[in-house]
Design a protein around this ligand. Structure first.
Ligand code: HEC
Length: 358
C-alpha cells in the first residue's frame, strides 16, 4: 500500500538526550505505567524454553522390547531433526531459518535496486512511514561485522543499537526479545559466517513523531517488555518448542496481529489477522476460528503449508509469507514445523475477518 504525502527524511543518527527522555517518560504518565504493569503481569507468568531439546532427556528406562524400540526411534528422529548437533553454525542456521531467513533484510533483485542477500535497503511500508531494512552482513563498516555478540543480543532483545540508539519497532525486537542467550549467540555466529557486503544503510521516510528515534523510548514504555520466553512445565516439550518458535523466533505475531493506534501489537487480538502487515499486506487470521481463521486446517495442513506455501484449498502464497517460508520455515525440521502447527492450533480462536479487503 503506497501512502501519498510528505516524506520527511530524517537521518538515522538522532541522539537521545537523557533529559528529553526523562521528560517524555514523565509526560507519558500514569496510562503508560498502567499499560506497563499490565504487560508485566501478562508476561511474568511466562516460563523459558530450552532452545535445544536434548535427545537423552527423552530416554526413559526401557522396560520392554517395545519401549526400547520406541526410545531408539525417538532418538533417531531427534538426530534427524538436528537435536544434539553441536556446532554453533548449524544451530545458528536453524535459528536463522526459524526467523524466516531474516528475509526483510534482503532487497531481492527485481524489487527496485536489488542487492545481495541480507545487505538491507528493502523498503518496508507501514502505516507510519517507509523504513529501510539494514545491512546485517558481516561487513565491518556498513554491516554488523564489528559488533560483539553482546551488541547483537542487546539489539535483538532491547531494540538498542551498539551506540544506544533506539531501533524503530519495524524491527521486530518485540518478538526476538524472547530468544535465549544461546540461540542469539549461535545466530550471530551464523550471520558472521556469510559473505560480507559493503552497502550503506538508508534513513527512513517516516512522518514525525514516527521518524524520531527518541520517541521510541516512550513507545517502548507502552508497547514493549524485554522478557525471555520460559517453558511452561504443565505443557509438553513440543508445545513449549512451538510457543518459543511462534512467539519469539518466527515472530508470526508481528505480521498476523493487528496494531493499536500507537503501533504496538494488540495482544487482545493475538494472531487474529492484520490489515496493515508489513509492506501494506493483509495478513490473515491464523487463530483456529472456524469461520474467519484456520480452524478447519489440520496439523498436517499447516506443516505442509509451512514447507510449500500451498494451502489446503490448493491456493499458493504471495508476498512476504511466501518469502519467510522459502528462505526460512521450509528449511526447518519437520518436528519444528509440527511444533509450530500444534501450538498454533492450541490457541484460543478469535473471530475476526480480515480477508477479502473488508
Ligand atoms: C513477514 C510477515 C509474516 C510473518 C513473519 C508470518 N506471516 Fe503468515 N502470512 C503473512 C501474509 C502477508 C499472509 C498472506 C499471504 C497470501 O495472501 O498469500 C500470510 C498467510 C499465512 C497463512 C495462510 C492463512 C490463510 O487463511 O490463507 C498461514 C497459515 C500463516 N500465514 C501462518 C504463519 C505462521 C504460523 C507464521 C510463523 C511461523 C507466520 N505466518 C509468519 C505474513 C507473515
Amino acid at each position: 500500500m503506497k501512502r501519498a504525502g510528505v516524506h520527511v527524511g530524517v537521518g538515522g543518527g538522532v541522539a537521545v538526550p537523557i533529559a528529553r527522555l526523562v521528560g517524555l517518560a514523565g509526560r507519558v504518565g500514569p496510562a503508560a505505567l498502567v499499560a506497563l504493569a499490565g504487560l508485566l503481569a501478562a508476561t511474568s507468568a511466562a516460563p523459558a524454553v530450552a532452545s535445544e531439546r536434548s535427545a537423552s532427556s527423552d530416554v526413559r528406562l526401557a522396560q520392554s522390547d517395545e519401549a526400547a524400540r520406541h526410545v531408539a526411534e525417538e532418538i533417531a528422529r531427534a538426530k534427524a531433526a538436528g537435536f544434539g548437533r553441536t556446532t554453533p553454525l548449524e544451530r545458528g542456521r536453524r535459528i536463522f531459518h526459524a526467523t524466516g531467513g531474516c528475509t526483510c533484510h534482503t532487497n531481492f533483485p527485481g524489487e527496485g535496486d536489488g542487492a545481495p542477500p541480507l545487505a538491507g535497503g528493502r523498503a518496508l511500508e507501514t502505516p507510519f512511514g517507509v523504513y529501510y531494512s539494514t545491512n546485517i552482513t558481516p561487513d565491518r563498516e556498513t554491516g554488523i561485522g564489528g559488533w560483539q555478540t553482546g551488541d547483537f543480543v542487546r539489539a535483538m532483545r532491547e531494540g538498542l543499537s551498539p551506540s544506544g540508539e533506539h531501533y524503530f519497532p519495524v524491527f521486530p525486537y518485540t518478538s526476538f526479545t524472547g530468544l535465549s542467550d544461546a540461540d542469539l549467540a549461535d545466530l550471530k555466529a551464523y550471520l558472521d559466517s556469510l559473505p560480507a557486503v559493503r552497502r550503506a544503510n538508508r534513513a527512513p521516510e517516516a512522518w514525525p513523531p514516527f521518524s524520531w528515534r527518541f520517541v521510541i523510548a516512550g513507545w517502548k514504555v507502552l508497547n514493549f517488555t524485554s522478557a525471555r520466553i520460559e517453558s511452561d512445565p504443565a505443557r509438553d516439550a513440543a508445545w513449549n518448542r512451538g510457543r518459543y518458535l511462534v512467539e519469539a523466533a518466527a515472530h508470526c505475531g508481528e505480521c498476523h496481529t493487528p496494531r493499536t493506534s500507537s503501533g504496538g501489537l494488540d495482544r487482545t487480538m493475538w494472531l487474529a489477522g492484520s490489515k496493515d502487515g508489513p509492506e501494506g499486506e493483509l495478513a490473515p487470521n491464523i487463530t483456529p476460528d472456524e469461520k474467519t481463521g484456520i480452524g478447519e486446517w489440520s496439523i498436517n495442513d499447516l506443516v505442509w503449508y509451512l514447507e510449500t506455501g500451498l494451502k489446503p484449498d490448493g491456493d499458493d502464497t504471495q508476498g512476504l509469507m511466501s518469502e519467510v517460508i522459502r528462505h526460512g520455515y521450509a528449511n526447518l525440521s519437520r518436528e519444528d514445523r509440527e511444533a509450530i502447527a500444534g501450538y498454533l492450533l492450541s490457541q484460543p480462536p478469535i473471530a475476526n475477518r480480515v480477508r477479502g479487503g473488508d
